[in-house]
Design a binder for this molecule. Structure first.
Ligand SMILES: [Zn+2]
Length: 127
């Protein structure tokens, strides 16, 4: 695999991750649970766009909570297990994978958003 390293020897993945961290402001919204993200919570470079999730070469497109990323990753992993056996035709497999990933993502996001802890900081806000 050919990767273009920058002067500090970082791969495109690491550069993207560093850029996502640099752009992060504590309190930014997690794209998965819609809760506020704080560095101390444990954040990860994540693939939130469906196309990025199914493209192994895609760079991360957002930070998200580690727990949200993990929960989503496990659900997608379980739902797409043995996909090549279920869909022997590669073209059909790609279509089904996209469909399944989108479906699982919608379900996991709904669960995460429904069970998110109430924001106790809301009452201290001035708006
Ligand atoms: Zn989250």
């Amino acid at each position: 695999m050919t990767t273009t390293l920058d002067r500090r020897g970082r791969s495109p993945y690491k550069r993207r991750r560093a850029a996502l961290w640099a752009a992060h402001t504590d309190g930014d919204t997690c794209p998965r649970c819609l809760g506020p993200m704080y560095r101390a919570q444990g954040l990860q470079a994540d693939h939130v766009e469906t196309m990025a999730m199914v493209d192994p070469k895609a760079l991360p497109d957002s930070l998200s909570h580690m727990v949200c990323n993990t929960r989503h990753g496990q659900a997608v992993g379980a739902a797409t297990r043995k996909l090549d056996e279920r869909f022997p035709d590669p073209e059909q497999r790609e279509v089904e994978k996209l469909r399944i990933v989108a479906e699982v993502t919608a379900r996991v996001h709904a669960e995460l958003r429904a069970h998110r802890a109430p924001r106790t900081t809301r009452t201290s806000r001035t708006w």
